[in-house]
Design a protein around this ligand. Structure first.
Ligand code: COA
Length: 159
């Protein structure tokens, strides 16, 4: 099964890493798709920065590949013969939006979405939380993978 875990990853967190690891164990090949949520304000980290951080995280995983995409997730999935979209669910607050997107992707292109429940220790982590804490120079290693914590802190100290 070929899966796609799409997201903004602005920046990636240990919550994202958890979903990547678990999705990689159920998919033969997993793409991590760095996209843009046009409903959000512009991203702090560029496409290339987000891709490079994810590549650091997935280094030990042989069946995972990071790609960037523009446009609709559903179109990308169809064009690249991907079988399923993978998304993490942290809490009920994620549910409504995820249901809306999953059903839209199903209606548009017949694309299924596989949901993985985030482990409870990660349900309060978000990229916005990381950006906020990092701006004040606090250590980020409880929220982001250690190998990218330095890059994220450095970048946040520049804004
Ligand atoms: N652990 C930690 N944080 C998580 C998480 C997890 N398991 N799952 C989600 N999040 C957080 C993210 O950190 C992010 O936090 P932020 O809002 O504070 O920055 C937030 O949840 C949602 O981010 P993400 O999962 O990256 O999704 P998104 O809403 O930014 O992007 C896409 C959704 C994939 C649809 C969008 O990026 C995209 O590619 N859009 C293209 C157009 C499209 O197809 N739209 C859908 C039409 S149906």
């Amino acid at each position: 099964m070929r899966g796609l875990f799409p997201g903004t990853f602005n920046p990636p967190t240990i919550g994202h890493r958890e979903i990547i690891l678990r999705a990689a164990s159920v998919c033969d090949h997993l793409y991590i798709g760095v996209g843009t949520n046009t409903l959000k304000e512009s991203t702090l980290f560029s496409f290339n920065e987000r891709k490079a951080m994810l590549e650091e995280i997935i280094k030990p995983l042989k069946n995972v590949e990071v790609i960037t995409f523009s446009g609709l997730v559903a179109d990308f999935v169809k064009q690249n013969r991907i079988d399923v979209i993978v998304r993490g669910l942290r809490s009920v607050s994620d549910f409504d939006l995820e249901r809306e997107m999953a059903l839209a992707n199903l209606a548009m292109e017949g694309v299924e979405t596989l949901f993985l429940m985030a482990e409870s220790k990660h349900i309060n982590i978000s990229s916005a939380l990381v950006r906020e804490i990092g701006k004040f120079g606090h250590d980020l290693t409880v929220f982001v993978p250690e190998e990218i914590a330095g890059i994220i802190s450095q970048r946040l100290s520049e804004i």
